[in-house]
Design a protein around this ligand. Sequence first.
Ligand SMILES: C[C@](O)(CO)[C@H](O)COP(=O)(O)OP(=O)(O)OC[C@H]1O[C@@H](n2ccc(N)nc2=O)[C@H](O)[C@@H]1O
Ligand SMILES: Nc1ncnc2c1ncn2[C@@H]1O[C@H](COP(=O)(O)OP(=O)(O)OP(=O)(O)O)[C@@H](O)[C@H]1O
Length: 291
Amino acid sequence: MLDSIIVKAPAKINLTLDVLHKRNDGYHEVEMVMTTVDLADRVHLQPLNSRKIQVESNNGFLPTDKSNLAWQAARILQERYAPKTGVKIYIDKKIPVSAGLAGGSTDAAAVLRGLNKIWNLQLSTEALAEIGAEIGSDVPFCVHGGTAVARGRGEKLTFLPAPPPCWVVLAKPAQGVSTKDIYSRLNLETMKHPDTGRMVRAIEEKDFHTICLSLENVMEEATFSLNSDVKMIKDRLQQYGAEGAVMSGSGPTVFALASGQSRADRLCNGLKGFMEEVHVVRMIGTPHKPL
Ligand SMILES: C[C@](O)(CO)[C@H](O)COP(=O)(O)OP(=O)(O)OC[C@H]1O[C@@H](n2ccc(N)nc2=O)[C@H](O)[C@@H]1O
Ligand SMILES: Nc1ncnc2c1ncn2[C@@H]1O[C@H](COP(=O)(O)OP(=O)(O)OP(=O)(O)O)[C@@H](O)[C@H]1O
């Protein structure tokens, strides 16, 4: 058994997000293009000789009990493959919580990848992603990282090349939203669907301009109606010269893409005048390297 390990757990953004219909199991069939950005939690894993799973974090608002998705990931692996060991998980939280950036899902994915290594389980990435789907719909993507079209509940992944290098300005309004609530408020009859095919082609052709034109998210209307700040931030980003801007996931984070750092910094400075949580990061878009 290896000693401690620190696993980087990056946030995701949705370049497109489409909802096709509601399924009999209560979930929705989705089609969305997801990619990773360089805003990441650091998940520290330290094996324990007892069966304890202990979670700590620098963020006092995070649950440290079994409702933490990182705890759930450790429990599943322990029950199935390593009944005699435990782990201390310390989450150095950098990703805003309840933001639409898959913060909890990426921590769970980091625990799956990290424990696979330190408990020497030798599970494939596909097997870890399958386990991840039991924890949450965004976890399989977070296990792989990179850029992908996600279908089904979010677990059926078709991988794409990385988008062209660019900057991402992430703006998170203070008030969070519940993913479940936003799904239940969607108007499936009247929504305008994104052109997912155009986004996929633009990524394959590394056509930054068309990527910006193709950013679309069917959840915006529902989130805007609950939190008017979200629309206001998107409008401001467009007024300040964003090449493209859209909400990520169920929100409330809105992001803008910029081909150069100076434009990204200008957008960030414009927003900083009236909101606190703004990050300028690089798009990553390539799958995680093996640990
Ligand atoms: C909005 C997205 O973040 C886009 O990437 C995801 O679709 C949500 O992924 P997630 O937060 O991992 O979602 P889960 O934890 O699996 O589900 C939370 C709740 O969202 C709803 N949900 C989620 C995924 C999906 N395909 N259909 C749904 O209806 C369900 O009500 C579920 O109870
Ligand atoms: N490790 C974790 N990090 C963040 N939130 C967690 C974690 N584990 C459980 N949670 C809980 O999950 C809820 C959603 O948090 P999260 O940051 O994952 O939202 P999100 O970014 O909107 O997720 P998604 O984009 O996957 O819908 C919060 O209520 C939080 O308390």
